[in-house]
Design a protein around this ligand. Structure first.
Ligand code: DON
Length: 347
C-alpha cells in the first residue's frame, strides 16, 4: 500500500471531499425533499381519482354500501410528518390488514417461532378463504404450509392471542392496534354485525383448523374475535401510521410509542412480502418490491423499511380482492420516489 497517498494532508482533504460529495450524491438519488414527497402523493391522487375500475366487496353486505368514490392517500415519514391527498377522515373496516397486527401481537407474546411452527410462513397461492389450502397444507399430503395472512392462519393466530377471557383477548388485540395507529380505534358495529351474520364459511374454517389441531381451543370464539378485529374502523392516516410503525422498528413515529419489539419486525414484513396480497402477492412484489397488506374494506398498507409507511383507502376491488386504486396509487408513488428496495444501482 502506498502510505504516502493516505498521509499527505492535501490528499486527505481531497479524500474527505470525495466522500462528502459521494454521500451527497447518494442522498440526492435516494432521499427526496418534503416537497417532492408531497408532489408524488398529490400526483398519484390526481392520476387515479376518476378511475372507475373494480367493485366493492359484497359478500359482507355492509361493505357493498360503502361509497366507492372514497379515495385517500397518506404517507408517514420518520419524523411523523404526514403527506396526504384526498379523504383522510372517512373510516373503512380494516378487514384483512388486521391480520398483520394480530400476527405481530402473537410474536410479541410468544416470539416469531410460535407463528412459524403453528401456522407456517409460506404462501398458499390460493384465495384468502380457501379451504383447499387447508387440505393441501396437511403435512402428510406433503403440501405447502399456511401463513397468518390468509383466513385459516389468521383465525389460528387470533386463537393464539393469550388472555384470561374473550374480553381480555379482545382488549389486548384492540390495545395493540391502537398503539400502531396512535389513537383509540373503534369497531364499526354495522360491519361487525353484517359479517357476524354471514361468516359461516369462516366458522367452518375455524372448525377445520380445530379438527386438524392448529387451533387448540374455542374455535368459534376465535372466529368471532377475528370477525370483530376485521371490523375495526380506520382511515388512510391511521393505516399509514400503522405501516410507518413497521417501517421504523416497531416504534410509532407520530406518538413515539414502541408498539412492537424491533426484533419481530423483519418476520412480520417477510410474511407480508410473500402473502400480503393473497394470490397476487408475487405480481405486487414484482412491481413494487415492498411488503404490503390489503383488506376487502379497500385499504392497502405498504412498508418502506426506514423510510415510509404508505396507505391508500379506496373500496373497489379487483378479482383477487385487492383495491384497484390503492394498488395503482402506491405503485405510482414507489416509482416516483424510487422506493423499490430491489432497485440496486451500479457503482
Ligand atoms: O374473512 C373475511 O372474509 C374478511 N373479514 C376479511 C377478508 C379480507 O379482507 C381479504 N382481503 N383481501
Amino acid at each position: 500500500m502506498n502510505k504516502k497517498l493516505f498521509c499527505h494532508p492535501g490528499r486527505t482533504r481531497l479524500l474527505v471531499l470525495a466522500v462528502i460529495l459521494s454521500a451527497a450524491l447518494t442522498s440526492a438519488v435516494w432521499a427526496q425533499t418534503p416537497a417532492e414527497i408531497d408532489a408524488a402523493v398529490k400526483a398519484a391522487y390526481a392520476k387515479y381519482k376518476d378511475l372507475q375500475e373494480g367493485k366493492n366487496a359484497d359478500y359482507i353486505p355492509a361493505l357493498a354500501k360503502v361509497d366507492p368514490n372514497l379515495f385517500g392517500i397518506a404517507v408517514v415519514g420518520p419524523d411523523g410528518k404526514v403527506y396526504s391527498a384526498g379523504d383522510l377522515a372517512t373510516e373503512v373496516s380494516i378487514q384483512s390488514i388486521s391480520k398483520v397486527f394480530t400476527m405481530a401481537l402473537v410474536m410479541q407474546q410468544q416470539g416469531p417461532a410460535a407463528i412459524e411452527k403453528t401456522i407456517g410462513v409460506d404462501a398458499t397461492g390460493m384465495r384468502f378463504n380457501s379451504i383447499v389450502a387447508v387440505e393441501m397444507a396437511k403435512k402428510e399430503l406433503g403440501g405447502p404450509e399456511l401463513n397468518a395472512l390468509v383466513n385459516p392462519g389468521a383465525i389460528t393466530s387470533t386463537s393464539m392471542v393469550q388472555g384470561t377471557s374473550a374480553d381480555d383477548i379482545w382488549a389486548k388485540i384492540s390495545a395493540c392496534y391502537d398503539d400502531f395507529a396512535g389513537r383509540k380505534l373503534t369497531v364499526l358495529e354495522d360491519v361487525y354485525k353484517s359479517e357476524a351474520e354471514t361468516n359461516q364459511r369462516n366458522q367452518a374454517i375455524g372448525m377445520l383448523m380445530y379438527a386438524y389441531g392448529y387451533i387448540k381451543d374455542k374455535p368459534l370464539q376465535a372466529t368471532d374475535i377475528y370477525t370483530k378485529q376485521c371490523s375495526v374502523g380506520v382511515n388512510a392516516k391511521d393505516l399509514a401510521c400503522m405501516a410507518a410503525t413497521l417501517a421504523f422498528g416497531g416504534k410509532n413515529p407520530v406518538t413515539g410509542k414502541q408498539a412492537l419489539d424491533p426484533r419481530n419486525v423483519p418476520y412480520v414484513l417477510a410474511v407480508m412480502a410473500t402473502a400480503g396480497l393473497y394470490d397476487d402477492s408475487g405480481k405486487w412484489l414484482y412491481h413494487t418490491g415492498l411488503p404490503a397488506k390489503s383488506g376487502v374494506g379497500g385499504g392497502i398498507i405498504a412498508v418502506v423499511p426506514n423510510r415510509f409507511g404508505i396507505a391508500v383507502v379506496s373500496p373497489p376491488l379487483d378479482d383477487a380482492g385487492n383495491s384497484v386504486r390503492a394498488q395503482k396509487a402506491i405503485t405510482y408513488i414507489v416509482e416516483a420516489l424510487k422506493l423499490n428496495p430491489y432497485a440496486s444501482m451500479p457503482k
